[in-house]
Write a protein that binds this ligand. Structure first.
Ligand code: PAF
Length: 294
């Protein structure tokens, strides 16, 4: 496993792998502080691709001025040790100056999808994500790039980015990895104390209550949102930021769930830590499940 810090070297290595060796390249883009969620992406990349590259870069442009860029957990030594066990070929760990050299002034915005939900709560966040991914995709030119469903809106934005800008990269989205309590794994869970960690499990409990109501036939977005709100309210350490039901592809806000796949997503503060989570409501799959249960 080689750790590469310069973009020129990274481009050179991947160009050679593509042109001379015709290898399939998989990229797992991360900000480090790796957990089992990231490792599930690495495992799938290893299964699908001949060469696996993990990028580790805490991207300043996707953090707002009052967000946790400075305190975001960073431990390259620990991440490197973990990735060595997963047979990763390259770690790309550039500095901020390497990605955003002096005079950098080009940003990518995926319009329409970027200014609601997380985008409304974190203005500029998806512009930063789309910009850094454009740079990484251009440097590495991966055949596949791997993302977790926990960051549902990010996966929707990235799929649109790749389609609109004609990147030759397929986006692979893998299920959210959870603790046994249901809490979705996130690097930001490191900010939680023991009590908060226990309390945070209410988020998935609330989402699955609403999902169950959906399976039982509830089709009003307002009712599903109320179910989530009522469950979260049982946990005084947790304060909802938003709960929303949107079309899972266009992110259009839904009042009534009909035949489209919907995203039920939320953000909440647990103490001072902001966490996100979601479930996807599939009409066809739910119908099959209810038929099997009846
Ligand atoms: O999901 C993340 O960790 C980041 O948003 C990503 C995709 C690595 C871009 O910085």
């Amino acid at each position: 496993m080689e750790i590469i810090t310069r973009r020129q070297r990274m481009s050179m290595v991947t160009r050679k792998l593509r042109r001379e060796e015709a290898k399939t390249i998989g990229l797992v883009p991360t900000m480090g502080a790796l957990h089992d969620g990231h490792l599930s992406l690495v495992r799938e990349a290893r299964r699908m691709c001949e060469v696996v590259i993990v990028s580790i870069f805490v991207n300043p442009t996707q953090f707002g001025p009052n967000e946790d860029y400075e305190k975001y957990p960073r431990d390259l030594t620990k991440d490197t040790t973990l990735l060595a066990d997963y047979n990763v070929d390259y770690i790309f760990a550039p500095s901020v100056e390497e990605i955003y050299p002096k005079g950098f002034s080009t940003y990518v915005t995926v319009e329409g999808l970027s200014n609601q939900l997380e985008g409304a709560a974190r203005p500029g966040h998806f512009r930063g994500v789309a910009t850094v991914l454009t740079i990484l995709f251009n440097i590495i030119r991966p055949d596949f790039a791997f993302f977790g469903q926990k960051d549902a809106q990010q996966t929707i934005v990235v799929k649109r980015l790749v389609r609109d800008l004609a990147f030759d990269t397929e986006i692979v989205v893998l299920p959210t990895v959870r603790e046994t309590s249901g809490l979705a794994l996130s690097s930001r869970n490191a900010y939680l104390n023991e009590e908060e960690r226990r309390a945070a499990a209410v988020l998935y409990r609330a989402l699955t209550r609403a999902e169950q109501a959906y399976i039982n036939g509830e089709r009003s977005a307002r009712k599903l949102i109320e179910i989530v709100g009522a469950e979260v309210a049982t946990e005084p350490r947790v304060r909802l930021d938003y709960v929303s039901v949107n079309d899972a592809e266009t992110l259009e806000k839904l009042d009534k769930l009909e035949d489209q796949t919907a995203l039920l997503s939320l953000a909440a503060y647990v103490g001072s830590t902001r966490l996100i989570d979601n479930v996807v409501l599939h009409p066809a799959r739910q119908r099959v499940r209810s038929m099997a249960e009846s």
